[in-house]
Design a protein around this ligand. Structure first.
Ligand code: F3S
Length: 285
Protein backbone atom coordinates (compact mmCIF):
# COMPACT_ATOMS: atom_id res chain seq x y z
CA UNK A 1 0.00 0.00 0.00
CA UNK A 2 1.41 3.34 -1.06
CA UNK A 3 -0.02 6.52 0.45
CA UNK A 4 0.51 9.83 -1.25
CA UNK A 5 -0.31 12.89 0.82
CA UNK A 6 -0.72 16.15 -1.06
CA UNK A 7 1.83 18.78 0.03
CA UNK A 8 -0.88 21.41 -0.22
CA UNK A 9 -3.37 19.56 2.02
CA UNK A 10 -4.68 21.46 5.03
CA UNK A 11 -4.80 25.03 6.36
CA UNK A 12 -4.02 27.72 3.85
CA UNK A 13 -2.36 30.97 4.88
CA UNK A 14 -5.66 32.85 5.43
CA UNK A 15 -7.28 30.14 7.52
CA UNK A 16 -4.16 29.64 9.63
CA UNK A 17 -4.05 33.37 10.25
CA UNK A 18 -7.74 33.52 11.23
CA UNK A 19 -7.51 30.55 13.59
CA UNK A 20 -4.35 31.95 15.20
CA UNK A 21 -6.10 35.32 15.62
CA UNK A 22 -8.87 33.69 17.66
CA UNK A 23 -6.46 31.88 20.00
CA UNK A 24 -4.39 35.04 20.33
CA UNK A 25 -7.50 37.02 21.33
CA UNK A 26 -8.42 34.32 23.86
CA UNK A 27 -4.96 34.76 25.41
CA UNK A 28 -5.01 38.54 25.33
CA UNK A 29 -8.53 39.01 26.70
CA UNK A 30 -8.93 36.42 29.38
CA UNK A 31 -12.29 36.81 31.13
CA UNK A 32 -13.76 38.92 28.31
CA UNK A 33 -16.43 37.68 25.99
CA UNK A 34 -15.12 36.73 22.55
CA UNK A 35 -17.37 36.20 19.55
CA UNK A 36 -16.76 35.27 15.97
CA UNK A 37 -19.15 36.57 13.37
CA UNK A 38 -20.12 33.38 11.61
CA UNK A 39 -17.96 30.30 12.17
CA UNK A 40 -14.37 31.52 11.81
CA UNK A 41 -13.72 28.74 9.30
CA UNK A 42 -15.77 25.91 7.87
CA UNK A 43 -14.59 23.18 10.18
CA UNK A 44 -16.76 21.76 12.93
CA UNK A 45 -13.82 20.31 14.89
CA UNK A 46 -12.05 23.65 15.10
CA UNK A 47 -15.26 25.49 16.05
CA UNK A 48 -15.96 22.97 18.82
CA UNK A 49 -12.50 23.54 20.31
CA UNK A 50 -13.03 27.31 20.24
CA UNK A 51 -16.39 26.87 21.99
CA UNK A 52 -14.59 24.96 24.72
CA UNK A 53 -12.48 28.11 25.20
CA UNK A 54 -15.66 30.18 25.61
CA UNK A 55 -15.80 31.62 22.08
CA UNK A 56 -19.36 32.13 20.90
CA UNK A 57 -20.43 32.14 17.26
CA UNK A 58 -22.82 34.90 16.20
CA UNK A 59 -24.78 33.51 13.27
CA UNK A 60 -26.97 36.44 12.26
CA UNK A 61 -27.05 40.22 12.26
CA UNK A 62 -29.85 40.02 14.85
CA UNK A 63 -27.55 38.12 17.19
CA UNK A 64 -24.88 40.72 16.56
CA UNK A 65 -27.37 43.44 17.45
CA UNK A 66 -28.09 41.84 20.79
CA UNK A 67 -24.52 42.10 22.10
CA UNK A 68 -23.20 45.23 23.77
CA UNK A 69 -19.74 44.24 24.86
CA UNK A 70 -16.89 41.89 24.14
CA UNK A 71 -14.72 41.46 21.08
CA UNK A 72 -15.93 40.29 17.70
CA UNK A 73 -13.58 38.49 15.35
CA UNK A 74 -14.43 38.66 11.69
CA UNK A 75 -13.87 35.38 9.90
CA UNK A 76 -11.45 34.66 7.05
CA UNK A 77 -14.31 34.80 4.51
CA UNK A 78 -14.92 38.47 5.36
CA UNK A 79 -18.24 40.24 5.93
CA UNK A 80 -20.28 42.87 4.09
CA UNK A 81 -19.40 46.49 4.86
CA UNK A 82 -22.68 47.16 6.76
CA UNK A 83 -21.61 44.61 9.39
CA UNK A 84 -18.39 46.57 10.10
CA UNK A 85 -20.41 49.81 10.12
CA UNK A 86 -22.82 48.31 12.63
CA UNK A 87 -19.98 47.28 14.94
CA UNK A 88 -18.48 50.77 14.69
CA UNK A 89 -21.85 52.36 15.51
CA UNK A 90 -22.32 50.11 18.51
CA UNK A 91 -18.78 50.84 19.68
CA UNK A 92 -17.89 47.16 19.79
CA UNK A 93 -14.24 46.33 19.25
CA UNK A 94 -13.57 43.96 16.40
CA UNK A 95 -10.57 42.21 15.00
CA UNK A 96 -10.65 41.71 11.28
CA UNK A 97 -9.33 38.25 10.41
CA UNK A 98 -10.56 38.49 6.81
CA UNK A 99 -7.96 36.82 4.60
CA UNK A 100 -5.86 39.57 2.97
CA UNK A 101 -6.63 38.04 -0.47
CA UNK A 102 -10.36 38.43 0.20
CA UNK A 103 -9.81 41.91 1.61
CA UNK A 104 -8.08 42.79 -1.65
CA UNK A 105 -11.28 41.87 -3.54
CA UNK A 106 -13.34 44.04 -1.15
CA UNK A 107 -11.06 46.95 -2.00
CA UNK A 108 -11.25 46.31 -5.75
CA UNK A 109 -15.05 46.14 -5.85
CA UNK A 110 -15.41 49.15 -3.55
CA UNK A 111 -13.12 51.26 -5.73
CA UNK A 112 -14.52 50.04 -9.04
CA UNK A 113 -18.15 50.50 -8.03
CA UNK A 114 -17.20 53.92 -6.63
CA UNK A 115 -16.05 54.77 -10.17
CA UNK A 116 -19.41 53.62 -11.55
CA UNK A 117 -18.53 50.10 -12.71
CA UNK A 118 -20.98 47.22 -12.63
CA UNK A 119 -19.42 44.40 -10.60
CA UNK A 120 -19.68 40.75 -11.59
CA UNK A 121 -18.66 38.23 -8.95
CA UNK A 122 -18.03 34.78 -10.39
CA UNK A 123 -18.95 32.53 -7.50
CA UNK A 124 -21.67 30.96 -5.42
CA UNK A 125 -24.10 33.64 -4.24
CA UNK A 126 -24.95 31.70 -1.06
CA UNK A 127 -21.32 31.47 0.06
CA UNK A 128 -20.37 33.84 2.91
CA UNK A 129 -17.30 35.07 1.04
CA UNK A 130 -19.45 36.12 -1.92
CA UNK A 131 -22.04 37.71 0.40
CA UNK A 132 -19.18 39.63 1.96
CA UNK A 133 -17.75 40.80 -1.39
CA UNK A 134 -21.20 41.77 -2.52
CA UNK A 135 -21.55 43.91 0.57
CA UNK A 136 -18.63 46.09 -0.53
CA UNK A 137 -19.82 46.52 -4.09
CA UNK A 138 -22.70 49.00 -3.91
CA UNK A 139 -25.92 48.32 -5.84
CA UNK A 140 -24.67 47.41 -9.31
CA UNK A 141 -23.55 43.89 -8.73
CA UNK A 142 -24.36 40.51 -10.26
CA UNK A 143 -23.24 37.11 -9.05
CA UNK A 144 -22.70 34.52 -11.79
CA UNK A 145 -22.10 30.87 -11.02
CA UNK A 146 -22.85 28.95 -14.19
CA UNK A 147 -22.97 29.17 -17.99
CA UNK A 148 -26.70 29.80 -18.05
CA UNK A 149 -26.34 32.82 -15.77
CA UNK A 150 -23.39 34.08 -17.83
CA UNK A 151 -25.40 33.73 -21.08
CA UNK A 152 -28.31 35.58 -19.49
CA UNK A 153 -26.22 38.49 -18.22
CA UNK A 154 -27.29 41.80 -19.68
CA UNK A 155 -27.19 45.43 -18.56
CA UNK A 156 -29.06 48.30 -20.21
CA UNK A 157 -26.20 50.77 -20.23
CA UNK A 158 -23.80 49.45 -22.88
CA UNK A 159 -21.27 52.13 -22.00
CA UNK A 160 -21.03 51.01 -18.38
CA UNK A 161 -17.68 49.53 -17.48
CA UNK A 162 -17.84 46.00 -16.08
CA UNK A 163 -15.43 44.66 -13.50
CA UNK A 164 -15.25 40.89 -13.08
CA UNK A 165 -13.78 39.29 -9.95
CA UNK A 166 -13.91 35.73 -8.67
CA UNK A 167 -14.65 34.02 -5.39
CA UNK A 168 -11.17 33.00 -4.20
CA UNK A 169 -12.04 29.31 -4.14
CA UNK A 170 -13.73 29.14 -7.55
CA UNK A 171 -12.56 26.53 -10.05
CA UNK A 172 -10.11 28.22 -12.43
CA UNK A 173 -11.27 26.44 -15.59
CA UNK A 174 -14.92 27.22 -14.89
CA UNK A 175 -13.95 30.85 -14.24
CA UNK A 176 -12.19 31.01 -17.65
CA UNK A 177 -15.24 29.51 -19.41
CA UNK A 178 -17.67 31.92 -17.77
CA UNK A 179 -15.46 34.93 -18.48
CA UNK A 180 -15.25 33.88 -22.13
CA UNK A 181 -19.06 33.91 -22.39
CA UNK A 182 -19.31 37.36 -20.76
CA UNK A 183 -16.44 38.90 -22.77
CA UNK A 184 -18.16 37.90 -26.04
CA UNK A 185 -21.01 40.28 -25.18
CA UNK A 186 -18.76 43.20 -26.13
CA UNK A 187 -19.00 45.33 -22.97
CA UNK A 188 -16.16 47.52 -21.74
CA UNK A 189 -14.80 44.93 -19.37
CA UNK A 190 -11.94 44.45 -16.96
CA UNK A 191 -11.34 40.91 -15.68
CA UNK A 192 -9.39 40.36 -12.48
CA UNK A 193 -8.56 36.79 -11.69
CA UNK A 194 -8.86 36.88 -7.90
CA UNK A 195 -8.80 33.12 -7.45
CA UNK A 196 -6.34 32.37 -4.71
CA UNK A 197 -3.18 30.56 -5.83
CA UNK A 198 -3.42 28.31 -2.79
CA UNK A 199 -6.71 27.01 -4.18
CA UNK A 200 -5.40 26.55 -7.69
CA UNK A 201 -2.26 24.76 -6.52
CA UNK A 202 -4.28 22.55 -4.20
CA UNK A 203 -6.69 21.70 -7.01
CA UNK A 204 -3.92 20.94 -9.50
CA UNK A 205 -1.99 18.77 -7.08
CA UNK A 206 -5.19 16.93 -6.11
CA UNK A 207 -5.97 16.20 -9.76
CA UNK A 208 -2.42 15.00 -10.41
CA UNK A 209 -2.51 12.61 -7.48
CA UNK A 210 -6.07 11.43 -8.22
CA UNK A 211 -4.95 10.65 -11.78
CA UNK A 212 -2.36 8.12 -10.67
CA UNK A 213 -3.86 6.48 -7.54
CA UNK A 214 -6.51 3.80 -7.23
CA UNK A 215 -8.43 5.52 -4.42
CA UNK A 216 -8.50 9.09 -3.24
CA UNK A 217 -9.50 10.54 0.14
CA UNK A 218 -10.67 14.14 0.35
CA UNK A 219 -10.79 15.37 3.94
CA UNK A 220 -12.80 18.38 5.01
CA UNK A 221 -15.97 19.74 6.49
CA UNK A 222 -19.15 19.05 4.50
CA UNK A 223 -19.87 22.79 4.35
CA UNK A 224 -16.43 23.76 3.10
CA UNK A 225 -16.86 24.89 -0.49
CA UNK A 226 -13.20 24.42 -1.38
CA UNK A 227 -13.32 20.83 -0.09
CA UNK A 228 -16.46 20.18 -2.15
CA UNK A 229 -14.62 21.43 -5.23
CA UNK A 230 -11.62 19.24 -4.46
CA UNK A 231 -13.98 16.29 -4.24
CA UNK A 232 -15.50 17.17 -7.65
CA UNK A 233 -12.05 17.42 -9.25
CA UNK A 234 -10.76 14.20 -7.69
CA UNK A 235 -13.94 12.27 -8.53
CA UNK A 236 -13.47 13.25 -12.18
CA UNK A 237 -9.98 11.77 -12.21
CA UNK A 238 -10.50 8.81 -9.89
CA UNK A 239 -13.80 7.00 -9.54
CA UNK A 240 -12.98 5.71 -6.04
CA UNK A 241 -12.89 9.08 -4.35
CA UNK A 242 -14.25 9.42 -0.80
CA UNK A 243 -15.26 12.58 1.03
CA UNK A 244 -14.62 12.30 4.76
CA UNK A 245 -14.79 14.82 7.60
CA UNK A 246 -12.68 12.82 10.04
CA UNK A 247 -11.23 9.33 10.35
CA UNK A 248 -14.60 8.13 11.71
CA UNK A 249 -16.20 8.54 8.27
CA UNK A 250 -13.66 6.29 6.61
CA UNK A 251 -14.81 2.79 5.79
CA UNK A 252 -11.54 0.82 5.60
CA UNK A 253 -13.29 -1.92 3.61
CA UNK A 254 -13.54 0.46 0.68
CA UNK A 255 -9.75 0.52 0.50
CA UNK A 256 -9.20 -3.23 0.92
CA UNK A 257 -8.32 -4.03 -2.66
CA UNK A 258 -6.34 -0.95 -3.62
CA UNK A 259 -2.59 -0.50 -3.61
CA UNK A 260 -2.27 3.25 -3.92
CA UNK A 261 -4.23 5.84 -1.95
CA UNK A 262 -4.00 9.59 -2.39
CA UNK A 263 -4.96 12.05 0.35
CA UNK A 264 -5.81 15.70 0.05
CA UNK A 265 -7.70 18.09 2.33
CA UNK A 266 -9.51 21.40 2.16
CA UNK A 267 -8.08 24.70 3.36
CA UNK A 268 -9.93 24.52 6.66
CA UNK A 269 -8.91 21.00 7.65
CA UNK A 270 -6.58 20.90 10.68
CA UNK A 271 -3.30 18.98 10.35
CA UNK A 272 -4.28 16.82 13.31
CA UNK A 273 -7.21 15.31 11.37
CA UNK A 274 -5.10 14.76 8.23
CA UNK A 275 -2.34 13.03 10.20
CA UNK A 276 -4.86 10.83 11.96
CA UNK A 277 -6.26 9.63 8.63
CA UNK A 278 -2.82 9.19 7.09
CA UNK A 279 -1.51 7.20 10.05
CA UNK A 280 -4.55 4.96 10.27
CA UNK A 281 -4.70 4.18 6.58
CA UNK A 282 -0.99 3.31 6.84
CA UNK A 283 -1.44 1.09 9.90
CA UNK A 284 -4.44 -0.72 8.58
CA UNK A 285 -2.62 -1.94 5.51
FE1 F3S B 1 -7.18 33.21 1.78
FE2 F3S B 1 -6.66 31.72 -0.24
FE3 F3S B 1 -7.04 30.67 2.06
S1 F3S B 1 -8.03 33.42 -0.19
S2 F3S B 1 -8.46 31.99 3.10
S3 F3S B 1 -5.33 31.98 1.49
S4 F3S B 1 -7.74 29.84 0.13
Amino acid sequence: MKIELAKTAGFCFGVKRAVETVYEQIRLHEGEKIYTYGPIIHNEEVIKDMRRHGVEVLETEEELDRINEGIVIIRSHGVPKPVCDRLDQKGIAYVDATCPFVKKIHNIVREESGRGAHIIIIGNSAHPEVEGIRGWAGYNVTVIENAQEAEGFIIEDRECRICVVAQTTFNYNKFKDLVEIIVKKGYDIIVLNTICNATKERQEEARDIADRVEAMLVIGDRRSSNTQKLFEICSDACKDTYYIQTLDDLDMNQLRSVETVGITAGASTPNKIIEEVQNNVGINF
